[in-house]
Write a protein that binds this ligand. Structure first.
Ligand SMILES: [Zn+2]
Length: 232
């Protein structure tokens, strides 16, 4: 029975610990460096708007939301959403996050290929994500031979999505660092170093998510191949 498989248990525990560690690191870095004020005096909302304007992006609205670190760029509705702490915050962490989200808006404007792939893959990834618990809980017990290939396929879709997310996130962070240095919103030296630590910690959560998806995908692929060998 696969549920009590020690390899599966190890993958589950390992990936959970990895995700917890990555999210702890980003929260810790954010808490620490949101205490570092930016000498430019700009808020996250100010710098986001300025970056959009500098790139001629007038149709994207910058708006606040509740929920710490729920910042995101919504390409379908052209909204750059910052949590209130970052929208109003004038610290280097707030500016870093705001510039990162503006980086996604620039990617969208420039039709940056990995962002286009990611947007195209959202629908199928959502479907795969909905199938996984259904097949994992139900079909698995009654027909594991059918369930395992379906799970391998679904986790494969999730893994590819997480893989495409990596260049999108790393590129947005690289753009943010360049723009903040170029505009002088974050001063060189200690301010820039602190801002980089927050963005690098955030990027690590995406690497952790990819490793988790890859580990689970490979597990089901190995099971599938193992099952086929047993039948031969
Ligand atoms: Zn991002």
């Amino acid at each position: 029975m696969i549920v009590f498989d020690p390899v599966y248990l190890l993958i589950c525990i390992g990936t959970t610990l990895l995700a917890l560690w990555a999210s702890w690191r980003v929260k810790h870095a954010y808490q620490q460096y949101s205490q570092v004020p930016a000498s430019s005096g700009l808020s996250g909302a100010d710098i986001a708007r300025r970056i959009l304007d500098l790139n001629g992006i007038r149709d994207v609205v910058v708006e606040p939301t509740q929920g710490l670190l729920s910042d995101h760029y919504d390409p379908s509705n052209k909204r750059l959403v910052l949590c209130e702490e970052n929208f109003y915050g004038t610290n280097v962490a707030a500016l870093g996050v705001a510039a990162h989200e503006a980086g996604h808006a620039i990617q969208h404007q420039q039709l940056y290929a990995p962002l286009q792939w990611r947007m195209a893959a959202v629908g199928i990834t959502t479907i795969a994500g909905n199938i996984i618990p259904f097949v994992g809980m139900g079909l698995f017990y009654f027909a594991p031979k059918i369930a395992i290939p379906i799970l391998a396929l679904c986790f494969g879709v999730v893994m590819v999505f997480q893989l495409i997310t990596l260049p999108v996130e790393f590129d947005a962070t690289a753009r943010a660092k360049r723009i903040l240095a170029h505009t002088g919103a974050v001063a060189p030296g200690a301010e820039t170093a602190a801002m980089s630590k927050v963005l690098d910690a955030a990027a690590l959560t995406y690497v952790a998510a990819f490793i988790s998806a890859l580990g689970t995908f490979l597990y089901y692929v190995m099971h599938m191949l193992g099952g086929q060998r047993d039948n031969e």
